[in-house]
Ligand binder design. Sequence first.
Ligand SMILES: [Mg+2]
Length: 243
Amino acid sequence: MRTLIVFDIDGTLLRSVAQHQAAFLAALHDTGLSDIDTAWGGYTHHTDSWIFREVFRANTGRVPSAAETQRFADVLHDRFRAATEAAGVAEIPGAAEFLCALAKADDYDVAFATGGMREVTAVKLAPFGALGPVATASDHTFREHVVREAIHQSGTGFDRVVSIGDGPWDMRAAVATGSQFIGIGPSTAPFGDWFPETHLFSSFGDVDPGADFSLCPPEGAVAAEPHADKAFAARPAACVCWE
Ligand SMILES: [Mg+2]
């Protein structure tokens, strides 16, 4: 059985959520944006490109150009690198070893789908090496499209896809793409009371990737997809999520 495993990065492979959010906020200020809703989980899509666009729109009344978005990604990269280059970023226990074992196994392929922009993602993944396709918020503004991009870039012939993530947005994308799902974290709180304890881990050392991680959420337990999530166009085509 061939399995594709799609990893989120922040909070899933790395303890990088606080550092990323601090760099993101600093980069918004560096870009001249001051009216900022920092309840990051409240935005329709949990990606850097979507939140940047919404903050930019709230401050200027228009959406940013591709060049303005790229400039923001560069500033974010500088801010994150400056904040983490001395001490580095801790990994979630067992993450590197787990990834390494999967990369060597014949029946597994790995890919990465992150809500971070491309440049800052390269910094985070550097210690792990280039193990598979990487889809980022520079490719799509919808989280779900980033996951679809990672699956698309991985090719065909998989018997199942297993997504691994730490946020409700990761789980929602797994449900929407028909993937199995492993939750990373100390409790099922982000995923809901119904979420099976068997699918939750705080350390990769305990994960058996061959186990069945199918999800069967009760009706209405997982938020519906926002409008147009399924209108996906793989790169390099222009996707509807940038309109
Ligand atoms: Mg995450």
